[in-house]
Design a protein around this ligand. Sequence first.
Ligand code: NAP
Length: 235
Amino acid sequence: MNVSGKKAVVFGGTSGIGLATVKMLAEGGATVVAISRDPSKAGDLPSGVTVEACDVTDSAAMEAMLNKLAPFDILVSAATGGSRAIGPFLEMDMEGYKASFDKLWGYANVVRYGAKHVTDGGSITLVSGAPARNCRPGQIALSSVGGAVEAMTRAVAREVAPRIRVNVVSPGTIDTPMVALQGEERDALYTKMTASNLIPRAGTAEEVAEGIMFVIKNDFVSGTTIDVDGGWLLS
Ligand SMILES: NC(=O)c1ccc[n+]([C@@H]2O[C@H](COP(=O)([O-])OP(=O)(O)OC[C@H]3O[C@@H](n4cnc5c(N)ncnc54)[C@H](OP(=O)(O)O)[C@@H]3O)[C@@H](O)[C@H]2O)c1
């Protein structure tokens, strides 16, 4: 797909990986709607980009928003949905574990209410995470949710084929506003988190957005996961 002249809707498009994707789509000539709960955080955006406010976990609001924006050619969600529980499963607060699945419910709303509005030949792209297939200690919630997102992607891709394509991009440790730490503390965290990766540094939001652009543009890719993770899976 040539994104020029196409319409794209990007949930979580106001920060980090989603925002980098919004900018690349706009650079490619697409008109883009970037959506999150507080879109003012996006700052200055290129021409061709507008913003909307919506919580991906609110099914009724999502259905109304996607009906309002329809039709569109490109649908992306990088919205985190909420927070994820970290730590050993046998000590985990189960409400925290359950709440971690807000990311899945958000993506489910995007696909359930958005897929029918994607034009023929269009694509849907979601974002999982490397722990889905190589879980490090303390990451069971990340792993469970990421695995569910990847399974959902494969299942839906089959259901909507050949009319539209559905893929997922799986990032490793990426330097985005998701981590609030600053300065030396931030550097130390990323050094520690990536030490055993083949490429021992945090990735950039743009490196992941390049993966998202690849699956949007390549008409021969569907039902798959693209890893942009610095070699996390072999760590
Ligand atoms: N950064 C990493 O190291 C990393 C690693 C693996 C996977 N990932 C995944 O990559 C995706 C993007 O992460 P990121 O690092 O780019 O995060 P980020 O910079 O924190 O951006 C998250 C975006 O999601 C939006 N969002 C969160 N909850 C939402 C909700 N309930 N409804 C609507 N929008 C919501 C946020 O805006 P509002 O707060 O305004 O709603 C923001 O635009 C996530 O799915 C994350 O799990 C990230």
